[in-house]
Design a binder for this molecule. Structure first.
Ligand code: ADP
Ligand code: MN
Ligand code: MN
Ligand code: MN
Length: 386
């Protein structure tokens, strides 16, 4: 126990309690020439959490296709019965590893399972395999390829909440509540924000990794934060956001803090957490693109339910707790749109309305959404007219 800090994270988290001066001695060891570590990262059966494991390689991968396909135990990731548990990891994006540095890599993978009975022999093509249920990338990629000429861009605002090991928001009184919301958004000061260390470490780690992180800010509820990824074109938004989430969980782990993407971690008069998705096509960004933005909003208005189903991992159940029509959200039951309106499903940023071009912001996606599902739905509704 750290003296003077009873009930604290430092006491409750074995990770935080470890002596942090010992590890660098080992991380500095010279390792055999040409060997690197590649940490494969994938989405598990919850559709919300990530898993990771490492292998040694004797070359530096430049392209995902350089990397070996690998497998893992799906039955331990809420993804399969023990009798047919081999799942396959297909590398799709490579990032620099901010934890191990050097030539070491983080490798984002999507997941496949055998079609029907156990495959037996490892197949080197996905024809005999099918995407795992939580592999939302596979169909998203098809939509992105079909919509490629429209150059769809996405920027996602990832909100999240830091929790103590007892799963109460970090820094909140154990037997009470902080003062009401007001001073915390973009706040500065020890009584306004908690654990900026994690936010800063995560930001720098994302930049080092090659994630296109655009910014960060403290949020309305104390211990809640946001960062933005984008604009990214096509499928890369999902790849980058998933890797940024992995990095967030990994950084927070070192500090002994839990980062949750739950969309409403505290019921009551506390803001929930979303993943506002900013979206544009080439036509929207061109002169008078506002006409295209309005056309897209019209299509979105006629597909509200489809989007709600795609905007959280439980088909709308998670967002039911968040999209109440209060706390800067719209009601889950209604579609609405407006310039600078933070209580609408879709907001046209004021600057875009003034310039008559730019992008729209879909405020409905839940913080724990799968960005592949969200962006696929936007593309299918607004571009492919499906
Ligand atoms: P908010 O005012 O809603 O808090 P943020 O500044 O947090 O907005 O996020 C807006 C995001 O919109 C930026 O991070 C950026 O990635 C994204 N963005 C900017 N321009 C475009 C565009 N033309 N198309 C898609 N996304 C965009
Ligand atoms: Mn924002
Ligand atoms: Mn926000
Ligand atoms: Mn926003």
């Amino acid at each position: 126990m750290v003296h003077g800090m009873p009930n604290s994270t430092l006491e409750a988290s074995p990770n935080a309690a470890l002596n942090k001066t010992i590890l660098p001695k080992y991380m500095d060891l010279p390792i055999p020439e040409g060997k690197i570590q590649a940490m494969y990262v994938w989405v598990d059966g919850t559709g919300e959490n990530v898993r990771a494991k490492t292998r040694t390689l004797d070359f530096i991968p430049k392209d995902p296709s350089d990397l070996p396909i690998w497998n893992y135990d799906g039955s331990s990731c809420y993804q399969a019965e023990g009798g047919n548990s081999d799942m396959y990891l297909y590398p799709v994006a490579i990032f620099n590893d901010p934890f191990r540095r050097g030539n070491n890599k983080l490798v984002l993978c999507d997941t496949y399972k055998a079609n029907g009975k156990p495959a037996g022999i490892h197949q080197n093509g996905i024809s005999s395999l099918r995407p795992e249920d939580t592999n939302k990338r596979h169909s998203c990629l098809k939509a992105m390829e079909a919509a490629k000429d429209h150059e769809p861009w996405f920027g996602i605002e990832q909100e999240y909440t830091l929790l103590d090991m007892d799963l109460r928001p970090l820094g909140w009184p154990k037997n009470g509540f902080p003062g009401p919301q007001g001073p915390y958004y973009c706040g500065v000061g020890a009584n306004k924000v908690y654990a900026r260390d994690i936010v800063e470490a995560h930001y720098r780690a994302c930049l080092y990794a090659g994630v296109n992180i655009a910014g960060s800010n403290a949020e309305v509820m104390p211990a809640q934060w946001e960062y933005q990824v984008g604009p990214c074109e096509g499928i890369s938004i999902g790849d980058q956001l998933w890797m940024s989430r992995f990095i967030l969980h990994r950084v927070a782990e070192e500090f002994g803090v839990v980062a949750t993407l739950d969309p409403k971690p505290m019921p009551g008069d506390w803001n929930g957490a979303g993943a506002h998705t900013n979206f544009s096509t080439k036509a929207m960004r061109d002169e008078n693109g506002i006409i295209e933005i309005e056309k897209a909003i019209d299509k979105l208005s006629r597909n509200h339910l489809r989007h709600i189903q795609a905007y959280d991992p439980k088909g709308g159940k998670d967002n039911e707790r968040r999209l109440t029509g209060r706390h800067e959200t719209s009601s889950i039951h209604d579609f609405s749109a407006g310039v600078a309106n933070r209580g609408a499903s879709i907001r046209i940023p004021r600057g875009c309305a003034e310039q008559k071009k730019g992008y729209l912001e879909d405020r409905r996606p839940s913080s724990n959404c799968d960005p592949y599902s969200v962006c696929e739905a936007l593309v299918r509704t607004c571009i492919l007219n499906e």
